[in-house]
Design a protein around this ligand. Structure first.
Ligand SMILES: NC(=O)c1ccc[n+]([C@@H]2O[C@H](COP(=O)([O-])OP(=O)(O)OC[C@H]3O[C@@H](n4cnc5c(N)ncnc54)[C@H](O)[C@@H]3O)[C@@H](O)[C@H]2O)c1
Length: 357
């Protein structure tokens, strides 16, 4: 697999900008190009670090085929552009979300096919159906919900959700557009021999994420502590016991490096990617870590009503990707919180409008 020229779509966003910048740092001989329409508020703040790293930025939109057609040749496309909120399209028409997340992904697939390029797809744990995830056997611990060892559904254990988890049922429009993108990608692999991998990620976190109420919860939580803005535990009884695993974006980059070194595995296969039980926290626990990291306490309200697209607990059972690539996350939840705190403190005035309005 040739890797001389790499395109990162959504490359000004949280994940895309980190991967693009680190790829260029580690492989200065490669050309790294990013395409982004700067839809995500604050993504323009990631542009200077891309420029400094020697990454070329193109302002463009994956919904527009010409924008992709006009790009110079590339050997690998890393698809990181999306509306990444699970709440998108849930009230009102989902058409815009579908055009972006699915229509845009199809354009990326076509652009890669036309150039004989490989494609890495950043998918999501949200492809798993909500009702099935919420049917997991759990008990309520002091600070979090805990998965029982014995579970009724295949692909579910105390370690979390594996790739064998059933896919029947509704999963949000966001999750559906991502799953549809996965299915189409596998057709491109089958029909055109496109080298491709799918990483189904749990919560990704770290510096550079422009967290907001509906997406980027870890950054939002740290920022609200720093700027002294109240938060709320919403759903599941309003006690903040819902759990997510997390992965520092640098750990994702380290995985990418290992995946790029194994081209023989790029056959459209799917990996659950996340920190798993070891790197997980409930909101309540996250609050404790934020208090320690910032030295501040903020008021946290409670609203017991659960949003229909919310899940009580999600842990990535990432044993497949860990074993196949001899990879494991190196950053704890505490490391992630500390790194986000340092980033916000260092860029306080620039980030204030993002996190305070
Ligand atoms: N952040 C997470 O916790 C997480 C978890 C699982 C999967 N993912 C997936 O990872 C990918 C990256 O997510 P992220 O957290 O970096 O999101 P992000 O919002 O920070 O970045 C997405 C980028 O895509 C750009 N974009 C949006 N629409 C575009 C368009 N039409 N054309 C070109 N660019 C466009 C945005 O401006 C933004 O810079 C997404 O596909 C997301 O679904 C993210």
């Amino acid at each position: 697999m040739n890797l001389d020229r790499i395109l990162v779509t959504g490359g000004a966003g949280f994940v895309g900008s980190h991967l693009a910048q680190r790829l260029k740092q580690e492989h200065p001989d490669r050309e790294v190009l990013v395409l982004d329409n700067l839809l995500r508020r604050g993504s323009e703040l990631n542009l200077p670090k891309l420029r400094e790293a020697g990454v070329v930025f193109v302002h463009g939109d994956i919904r527009c085929r010409e924008d992709l057609a006009n790009l110079p040749p590339f050997d690998l496309l890393i698809e990181c552009s999306a509306e990444p909120s699970v709440h998108a399209g849930q009230s009102g028409s989902p058409l815009g979300l579908i055009n972006l997340n699915l229509g845009g992904t199809v354009h990326c697939l076509e652009a890669a096919r036309e150039r004989g390029a490989a494609l890495l797809f950043l998918s999501t744990s949200r492809v798993y159906p909500i009702a099935a995830l919420n049917a997991a056997r759990v008990h309520e611990g002091e600070t979090r919900f805990v998965l029982e060892e014995e579970q009724d559904l295949p692909g579910l254990s105390a370690e979390g959700t594996s790739e064998a988890f059933p896919l029947e049922g509704a999963r949000s429009f966001y999750g559906s557009t991502k799953l549809a993108g996965e299915l189409l990608l596998q057709e491109y692999v089958f029909s055109f021999g496109m080298p491709a991998l799918i990483n189904r990620c749990g919560v990704l976190a770290g510096p550079g994420q422009m967290g907001k109420v509906d997406q980027g919860v870890v950054t939002l939580w740290v920022a609200r502590h720093i700027f002294g803005i109240p938060l709320q535990y919403t759903g599941w009884g309003g006690k903040g016991k819902q759990v997510r695993d997390m992965l520092h974006v640098e750990d994702l980059f380290q995985l990418l490096q290992k995946q790029l070194a194994r081209p023989e595995l790029w056959d459209g296969r799917v990996y659950n990617v996340g920190g798993g039980l070891e790197v997980s926290a409930s909101l309540l626990e996250l609050t404790g870590l934020c208090r320690q990291a910032t030295g501040k306490e903020i008021p946290i309200g409670s609203s017991p009503k659960t949003n229909p697209v919310d899940v009580r607990i999600y842990l990535s059972d990432a044993r497949r990707v860990r074993e196949e690539f001899d990879w494991s996350p190196q950053h704890s939840v505490r490391d992630i919180v500390t790194a986000i705190r340092d980033w916000i403190e260092e860029n306080r005035e620039e980030l204030r409008p993002i996190f305070c309005s």
